[in-house]
Ligand binder design. Structure first.
Ligand SMILES: [Zn+2]
Length: 761
């Protein structure tokens, strides 16, 4: 027999989870309040914002210290919207910023009693977004970190419930039924069936259907003094009075049921303290499927015939307990179940149109009638909407002060668009593309979603023609870079200067008009699938030519598919970028790298060729030899015949002046010695004059690139071999090319004569 005790131990652990805690008396509850005020005293807005902040770390500003920054930050929303979900939602940077502003406004308690409508076109992933958000909310609210308490009244069991009073048979049957099913634990036994108190049968537990926080049972007029006493002089007391997020504590009333229970008990006991002895606290447990705390309505869900919920067990008990005094009506609506929680409508159409109107009326008036009694609803209200449904709801215009729209259009940030392809098709897709080509696929998709005319962009860039080598005439490519939070290096200094906070804000605000048309999320995945099936092969990487051929076919079918000339501009921008990469890879402008090269060289000339040494100045391991020397010497314009003398003179200068005098005696760093300075100046001079020379003038170099990795490559002179190898290595290391891709891109630069097209510095 297998020992199952270990497996069963897991059950024990589950049993002891937060949700299973026994009821707390009001006194015990207050102890919790004092110990964890920030956790226990939260309304739904606070729990919601805490939940988001627990999942999304602080945003990142790539240009830290930029005085014109508008806090358009990069947020990692994966933990909130993607992780652990069957269908991940990908928030692009624009939406993430919009969403975080919405959350921040709730966090400070600025906007309440509003309906937040997420408005976006078909296929923008709205329902995935909302489902994932609610799933995370439900899970969080049921953890210790997100937990709150709700009130449960414990009253003496009236005789009626013990069966001593004659009851109509049907009623007795109903009670029996109730006692058997799951409600039994809720109504009769507290939360933990494992801890049955011996006198449990004497008590009748009445939960508040509105999930009121037990703290609200303190009568409103004495709350300020009560909290002053409760918190003594600790810091929290001051926050409580000062911060808007705690206003509800002084403002909110308990629900009508709790209020009338309190009053009825006070009439009976004539002692508020005794009344409070009936107040207990239990965890507020969220359950979307049962509509407790979180409830989601689909357009097709039929409205309940009767929205008045009664309880056939509790009501007779209450009537028996309070005979002769004013009756307590245990009556509530469906809305009570999501009080202090989230009420959401998927798509405003069909039955949800009516629900939206009803919700709107409820929050405008603050209360609504359920049977004879008034019910207050304080829920976080969400809805989803398609643009065309907005037109149908003409009445909505009149209601708009209670409604806040948060746009959720198609993805406009190319990094996010690429993340979607990776998530859907697997990370390996990248290996089939030359670097940047996959992102260019995303650029084309996003271009179909952008409005070609942006006032804000035109106001910023006075002469778009000036950038025709890198950007399209409508500046869509530039706009996309801005959306990803990137300021491209090809922008002129004066335009970078004009890129003020005010203009940035205008451009981001203008983006609200983008992403409503063009290829939907679903369309783009379909199109990527078609493209990848067609061109993704093992022997050849996907390049810009294939991309052009593929999309030109669509442009032919539909002339409005893309703005005219967009694909040409995209290719030019690509060419420019590729040329920069090749340039950077052939020579280092990088100050740090130059310093490294020269320091290593000075150190290495002290060693015999063939030896291996660790450079004292850089920590690099050097394989000293001809190849190593030549790499630096070619940049210092030292010919092969001069090389031996040159090395000797460097070594002499190092051992007689630089090392003993400047470094040891004067305590200078290697790059502060005159020897270093001299080599450095010579190095830079060569760099500036020679950058792309081999590509333009040297037929041997061009041929060597094409013969790279082939047998013939060994027939070229040493310098050419070194340079080509160096360039290819750098393209791989710095720009993520494969060896084959790096060779391909160099041939591409040669074949397309890019060095002449972009004849600039
Ligand atoms: Zn209540």
């Amino acid at each position: 027999m297998r020992d199952l005790s270990k497996a069963m131990a897991h059950l024990q652990r589950h049993e002891s989870s937060w949700q299973q805690r026994p009821l707390l008396s009001f006194g015990e509850f207050l102890q919790e309040v004092v110990q964890n005020p920030e956790r226990v005293i939260r309304d739904v807005y606070q729990v919601y914002t805490d939940m988001v902040q627990a999942h999304i770390c602080e945003g990142v500003d790539e240009y830290n210290g930029d005085p014109e920054s508008i806090n358009y930050l990069s947020y990692d929303c994966n933990r909130l919207f993607a992780e652990g979900s069957d269908r991940p939602f990908f928030a692009d940077r624009l939406f993430a910023n919009r969403f975080m502003r919405h959350v921040e406004s709730l966090a400070v308690g600025a906007q309440q009693n509003k309906i937040y409508i997420f408005d976006g076109p078909h296929g923008s992933g709205k329902s995935t977004f909302l489902n994932n958000l609610l799933q995370k909310f439900e899970a969080y609210a049921n953890t210790l970190e997100g937990a709150r308490y709700e009130v449960i009244w414990r009253l003496p069991q009236p005789d009626i419930a013990l069966g001593t009073l004659p009851l109509p048979t049907s009623f007795v049957e109903k009670v029996m039924q109730l006692l058997q099913d799951e409600e039994r634990s809720v109504l009769k036994g507290g939360m933990n069936p494992g801890i049955v108190e011996p006198d449990q049968e004497r008590w009748l537990n009445i939960p508040c259907p509105s999930h009121d926080n037990p703290i609200l049972m303190i009568p409103k007029d004495v709350r300020p003094q009560f909290f002053d006493e409760l918190f003594g002089n600790d810091a929290f007391k001051w926050r409580l009075h000062a911060e808007k997020q705690f206003e509800w504590l002084f403002r909110d009333e308990p629900c009508t049921i709790c209020t009338s229970l309190y009053e009825a008990l006070l009439r009976q006991y004539k002692d508020p303290e005794k009344v409070m002895e009936c107040v207990f606290a239990r965890p507020y447990i969220f359950n979307r499927r049962q509509g407790e705390g979180v409830s989601v309505f689909n357009p097709g869900d039929k409205p309940a015939r009767d929205n008045v919920i009664r309880n056939d067990y509790i009501q007779p008990c209450l009537d028996a307990l309070f005979t002769g005094s004013r009756p307590v009506h245990y009556v509530y609506s469906r809305y009570a179940k999501t009080n202090n929680g989230i009420h959401a409508l998927m798509d405003i159409k069909s039955h949800n149109t009516g629900r939206l109107m009803e919700l709107h009326n409820i929050i405008s008036d603050g209360v609504h009638k359920v049977g004879d009694i008034e019910e207050r609803v304080n829920s976080l209200l969400f809805a989803l909407m398609n643009p065309e449904d907005k037109k149908v709801l003409t009445d909505l215009q009149a209601l708009s002060d209670r409604i806040e729209y948060i746009n959720i259009p198609y993805v406009l940030d190319l990094k996010t668009e690429v993340d979607i392809y990776r998530a859907v098709f697997g990370r390996h897709i990248e290996e089939s593309f030359l670097p940047r080509v996959l992102h260019n696929f995303a650029r084309v998709i996003i271009a179909t979603r952008l409005t070609p005319h942006s006032e804000a962009m035109r106001e910023w860039i006075k002469e778009p023609e000036h950038y025709q080598l890198y950007c399209d005439k409508d500046l869509l490519l530039l706009k996309m870079e801005i959306f990803t939070g990137y300021i491209p290096p090809w922008l002129d200094g004066k335009d970078v200067e004009r890129f003020t906070a005010k203009r940035r804000r205008k451009i981001i605000l203008d983006s609200e008009k983008d992403g409503w048309d063009g290829l939907s999320g679903r369309d783009s995945i379909k199109m990527f699938n078609e493209f990848y099936t067609l061109y993704g092969r093992e022997d050849k990487l996907i390049d810009m030519t294939m991309l052009g051929v593929f999309f030109r076919k669509y442009c032919k079918e539909d002339p409005d598919f893309l703005p005219k000339g967009f694909l040409d501009s995209l290719l030019r921008m690509y060419n420019y970028t590729v040329l920069q990469e090749v340039k950077e890879s052939l020579y280092y402008y990088n100050k740090e790298q130059i310093t490294r090269d020269i320091s290593n060289y000075i150190f290495a000339v002290n060693f015999e060729p063939g030896s291996s040494a660790v450079c004292t100045y850089t920590g690099d391991r050097l394989e000293v030899g001809e190849a190593f020397y030549q790499q630096v010497e070619s940049r210092l314009l030292v010919s092969e015949s001069e090389a031996a003398d040159f090395r000797n003179s460097i070594q002499k200068s190092y051992t007689t002046v630089a090392l003993p005098q400047e470094i040891i005696r004067d305590n200078r760093a290697i790059d502060e010695t005159s020897l270093f300075q001299q080599l450095h100046d010579r190095y830079i001079h060569t760099l500036k004059t020679k950058v792309l020379e081999p590509f333009i003038d040297n037929e041997n170099f061009r041929r060597a690139v094409k013969d790279f990795d082939l047998e013939d490559f060994k027939t070229y002179d040493r310098k050419i071999q070194n340079d080509v190898t160096f360039m290819i290595d750098n393209l791989q290391r710095k720009y993520g090319y494969s060896r084959q891709g790096a060779k391909g891109i160099c041939s591409y630069v040669i074949d397309n004569n890019l060095t002449r097209v972009f004849n600039q510095d």
